[in-house]
Write a protein that binds this ligand. Sequence first.
Ligand code: ZN
Ligand code: ZN
Ligand code: ZN
Length: 370
Amino acid sequence: MKTADPSVYLSRLARVREEMTRTQVDALLLSVGHDMPYLMGYHAMPLERLTMLVVPKHGEVTLVIPRLEAPRVHEMSDVFRSIPWNETDDPVQITHDLLGDARTIAVGDQMWSRFLVDLLAFRPQAHYVRSVVVMEALRSRKDDAEVAALRAAGQAADRVAAQLQSGQIPLVGRTEAEVSADLSARLIAEGHQKVNFAIVAAGENAASPHHHPGSRVIQRGEIVLCDFGGTMNGYCSDITRCVFVGEPTQEILDAYEVLMRAQSAGVAAGVLGKPCEHVDAVTRSIIDDAGYGEYFVHRTGHGIGMEEHEDPYMVAGNTTAIMHGHAYSVEPGIYVPGKWGMRLEDIVVATHDGPVSMNNADHNLAVVDC
Ligand code: ZN
Ligand code: ZN
Ligand code: ZN
């Protein structure tokens, strides 16, 4: 969702200030990362020159920005004002001056440490916390427009998955890297502006959950795990589907049946009020009971939105209650080292009417012959 509608940003700012009051944060400092565009639409360039959005609990929001970047900013005087700085200015000094008597300062995760270190020298007595303290409640709960953007991205990823599952993407004799490039091109063709990753892992490589696709040539008689996603109109897709080239063995079919059951139970477990860790417990218990527990080596899911991985995480220990608008992946996997691996992933949004899947590509193990 790319919006230039100031009313969207004004209402988000109002909610940020409620959260700042609740969490006793006096000022919010945002730089590189997605908190800043969430509040005013502009992405800071990851440069040695500082771009900083200063959000005091009361008073004007200010964007401190290198003069040469200023022309890229879409001005919204209702939302913020800009202070372009010159090459000989010290932007940390400017930020420090804007902070006034702020004592507790929330800082974005991706702000470069060099700027935080300099700021610490200017105000050593301040108390610093992570911006997630303020932002999590907003960003983890998607509004209707954000859910629509996630759905559109999910449907585009589904179309690429369907092409894979129907055998339109040749596999045999091609390298993982070639198939990865093919999936990437198709994500763009289906409407994404950017590809974030396209994991293709064949045979024993599929036992490595974040395998980097390489020169390994795909052969008949192998499972091929494909996990891909990108950004479409500001929001991310992320889907995993496995295909088997040729006739799957009984071992693969048995394991896949367990995986599919675990994944669909995990989707159904996304009930409002239950803790996030409940989703993980549900998928894990099914995989455990079938005897594959030691081969499920990662959490069940991650939140998704403007970023591929963000709060909330579906992991043991996360007791955060599932809330309306939470968007996250459900992606259990089974990985037998040296042999094979499999994962099944959908993006789900929790709602008052139950969990809604953003992905609807066929969940069965597709059998292809090309
Ligand atoms: Zn991942
Ligand atoms: Zn994924
Ligand atoms: Zn994922």
